[in-house]
Ligand binder design. Structure first.
Ligand SMILES: NC(=O)c1ccc[n+]([C@@H]2O[C@H](COP(=O)([O-])OP(=O)(O)OC[C@H]3O[C@@H](n4cnc5c(N)ncnc54)[C@H](O)[C@@H]3O)[C@@H](O)[C@H]2O)c1
Length: 325
């Protein structure tokens, strides 16, 4: 298996899960995007062939694929932060769009699960289905919509066995990314500084990282067996788990003392509500989210409490994988 983005939040969880299933994993990524990181704390580099390379470099991607000779490629490497994409739109497109073209171009006959985002859709009122129009009102979202187009063209014109996976607002232990809600709450708890909510009423389909990762694994298995699964798939929680930011913060405050402030409302690119319809994945792949939202929040808070108290991050993560698998 080849996992791009294995030094990131989801890639580190995925690499640990694949290794616990006995898979050989090669990782191709830049450095861990945060300090601390799950990758470092759980010593994920010891468990895989840990290659460092830039997906914007076609030759580096080709060399990694040649070395790994993978049956399956999980492509997660990305500039993954909306606000960073406002500062560097071109860099975001280079990594997310050109990088995807390089990965698909190098993958040959391998099945590719290409991870995009629920943000690839044009804003709409009802839960998004896979056939809905693509869009994106900020560079990150547009890059994820473009990644979808690149994958579809590769599949349709070049015969590549590629599926895309659209999920969003993933939570779980070991995420310290900037400008994401749960990592902001973790930092606020650790520092005692106030946490400022920018969009308290924004509704998001929150889900534990193990939900979409279970979807990527199922999709890879089906895709390796049959090209009929080479299409786009939503992985989202039950409708009741699409909740406003404020609801999440109130639940976490029951466990952690947090000083919460709210920015004055302002116009910007954040959509007020975003929901996914994952019925295709449920019906055709037999997928279901692993944890409902209260359980997902509990697992996330517990992960950080245990690691802060000195528990080994790899053990805590593998235990949560085993409990939810
Ligand atoms: N975490 C979420 O809530 C979420 C939601 C929707 C979609 N996604 C998507 O899931 C994937 C993984 O997200 P994450 O949260 O783990 O992101 P992350 O920021 O934690 O990790 C990103 C990974 O990509 C690598 N990377 C970045 N630029 C690179 C480059 N030019 N060349 C090689 N590697 C590079 C980093 O080194 C890191 O390993 C991304 O494609 C992201 O867009 C994440």
């Amino acid at each position: 298996m080849l996992v791009t983005g294995h030094t990131g939040f989801k890639g580190a969880w995925l690499t640990l899960w694949l290794r616990s299933l006995g898979a050989d994993v090669t990782g191709l990524s830049g450095p861990p995007p945060t300090a601390p990181s799950l990758f470092e704390l759980a010593r994920v580099g010891e468990l895989c062939a840990d290659r460092r390379g830039d997906v914007r470099d076609a030759d580096a991607v080709l060399q990694a694929v040649r070395a790994a000779r993978p049956e399956v490629v999980f492509h997660l490497a990305a500039q993954s932060i909306v606000r960073a994409s406002l500062d560097d739109p071109a860099g975001t497109y280079e990594t997310n769009v050109l990088g995807t073209a390089h990965v698909l171009g190098a993958a040959g006959d391998a099945a590719v699960v290409c991870v995009t985002s629920d943000k690839c859709y044009a804003p709409g009122d009802r839960p998004h289905r896979e056939g809905d129009p693509l869009g994106g009102r900020d560079p990150y979202s547009a890059s994820k919509a473009a990644q979808e187009l690149v994958a579809a063209a590769h599949r349709e014109a070049l015969g590549g066995r590629v599926a895309t996976a659209r999920a969003g607002n993933v939570i779980g232990g070991g995420d310290w990314a900037r400008d994401r809600l749960l990592p902001d709450l973790v930092r606020a708890r650790d520092s005692g500084e106030p946490v400022v909510l920018r969009h308290p009423d924004a509704v998001r389909p929150w889900q534990h990282v193990l939900g979409p990762l279970a979807g990527y694994l199922l999709l890879a298995e089906r895709l390796a067996g049959s090209p009929e699964f080479a299409s786009a798939w939503n992985f989202g929680p039950a409708g009741t788990d699409a909740r406003p930011v404020r609801w999440i913060v109130d639940r976490v405050r029951e466990r952690w003392p947090l000083d919460v402030r709210t920015d004055p409302p302002r116009e910007d690119v954040e959509a007020p509500a975003l929901r996914l319809d994952a019925s295709a994945a449920r019906e055709r792949l037999g997928w279901a989210p692993r944890l409902d939202l209260p359980a997902a929040l509990d697992a996330t808070v517990s992960w950080h409490d245990q690691v802060r108290a000195g528990a080994d991050a790899r053990t805590v993560t593998l235990t949560q994988i085993e409990e939810a698998a």
